[in-house]
Write a protein that binds this ligand. Structure first.
Ligand SMILES: [Zn+2]
Ligand SMILES: [Zn+2]
Length: 429
């Protein structure tokens, strides 16, 4: 009996019902500070998010937790804006400084102190996180575990393959979850950053919960590069492989700022506030928010907010209602794969980068019913009734609101929202 219950819990699609009493919470799950290569103090970063309507924030610095004693020398271009902002917000004596070997250093606040300064129960919380980051001169495997309480250490300079590296991260994350008993939401970051991760590699990470389908920082090639597919396409292929071939639950899609730059005025490259998640949860705690994300009870957004997101599992309907802005037009697409798709595909040759490293490319899947549009309509409301032929269905809500700053041909700053795949049934493998 127990086994059956676990199987149901693992393999039942999310049910987002209109009657459930839970709330929507806005958060960013990928953020950098001076603890690694972000250019502001952790408390200034958290303060920005709190005062801009966010309910939770995950600081995810590269291979480090914001714990313990840390002093840092600021770059010449950083020091002025960092100190000025902090003095204005918290007073001139707020940042502690010292001189070490003739160089001025500042003390970085650990997360515990940032929490004391800014957390308010029910209003704003910090969830501890990390960006597990491998050697950038090989394959850039970056993954974020969210809601952890110890450093999950990988070797920075490994010669492991992408698959081996992901398996190491997976073992660390799942081991930590078992040890603490707290849910950990684990996502693969920016698969198209240095074109590190293909649809097959993504599909193969059994214990993965999420993937960034939108990362608004530099060089993430969310839309692909013309010869390599968009992250959204990689996501659809990976979920089709998991559901059709492997009997695994789908991976959920996140949108994140991956913020690094906090002093660049009205330019939006790497800056806060462009991409986020909206999580449906009974309350605002690290465990409930993280648990809700593991169950797929969230959507991702770059500017479209939903009033209703409801999947009625009995009637097999997905209902979308946009919290419409005046003067903005909306277009809603229901996308998914057919149950009887063919997984036939053609190999695509690897692409060698300027360092001589060969990057495998996602194969060409030939069946057009993989990641196809089932239904499309104009206007802020739409309902999709599943016919029974779908492997899964998800919605993308487009808008014609002015896009964010566009910095290259492959950036995508359309204001839109993505829901998670619903209506799926994962076989027990
Ligand atoms: Zn990264
Ligand atoms: Zn990052």
């Amino acid at each position: 009996m127990r086994i059956i219950l676990i199987a149901i819990a693992l393999f039942t699609p999310i049910f987002l019902s209109a009657e459930d009493e839970s709330n929507w919470y806005k958060g960013n799950t990928h953020t950098h500070t001076l603890w690694s290569d972000g250019d502001d103090l952790p408390e200034s970063v958290a303060d920005w998010y709190k005062s801009n309507g966010y309910d939770f924030l995950v600081l995810s610095d590269h291979n480090i937790l914001s714990r313990g004693e840390r002093w840092k020398e600021l770059r010449a271009d950083e020091a002025g804006p960092v100190m000025k902002k902090a003095a204005k917000r918290w007073g001139k004596k707020h940042v502690q400084t010292r001189v070490s070997n003739g160089k001025k250093q500042i003390r970085l606040m650990p997360l515990s102190e940032v929490r004391d300064l800014l957390e308010e129960p029910g209003k704003f919380i910090m969830i501890e996180g990390l960006e597990m980051t491998t050697n950038p001169s090989r394959y850039s495997v970056h993954t974020n575990p969210m809601n952890i309480s110890a450093l999950l250490e990988t070797e920075k300079n490994s010669d492991r393959s992408v698959e081996q590296e992901l398996a190491v991260h997976e073992r660390l994350v799942h081991g930590h979850q078992e040890e603490t008993g707290n849910p950990v939401f684990w996502q693969v970051n920016h698969p198209n950053f240095k074109f590190a991760i293909t649809s097959e590699q993504l599909a193969g990470v059994e214990g993965l919960h999420g993937v960034e389908i939108m990362n608004s920082s530099r060089n993430c090639f969310n839309l692909g590069d013309g010869s390599r597919p968009s992250v959204e396409r990689i996501w659809d292929i990976a979920n089709t492989l998991r559901l059709k071939r492997d009997g695994l639950p789908p991976i959920y899609g996140t949108a994140t700022d991956d913020t690094h730059d906090y002093h660049i005025g009205d330019r939006v490259i790497n800056s806060p506030g462009t991409s986020w998640v909206m999580v449906r949860s009974a309350e605002l705690t690290s465990n409930t928010i993280t648990g809700a994300m593991q169950r797929g009870a969230f959507y991702s957004s770059t500017g479209v907010i939903l009033k209703t997101l409801e999947f009625d599992a009995e009637n097999r309907t997905l209902t979308i209602e946009v919290d419409a802005e005046k003067g903005v037009n909306y277009r809603i697409q229901f996308i998914g794969s057919h149950k009887d798709v063919s997984l036939a595909h053609e190999h695509v040759a690897s692409i060698v980068d300027d360092k001589g490293l060969a990057h495998p490319v996602s194969p060409d899947y030939l069946d057009e019913r993989i990641g196809t549009t089932f239904q499309e309509s104009s206007g802020p409301n739409a309902l999709y009734r599943m016919t029974g032929d779908e492997l899964y269905v998800r919605a993308v809500i487009h808008s014609n609101a002015p896009p964010y700053f566009k910095y290259d041909a492959f950036s995508d700053f359309e204001k839109k929202a993505w829901t998670q795949p619903v209506g799926w049934k994962a076989r027990e493998p």
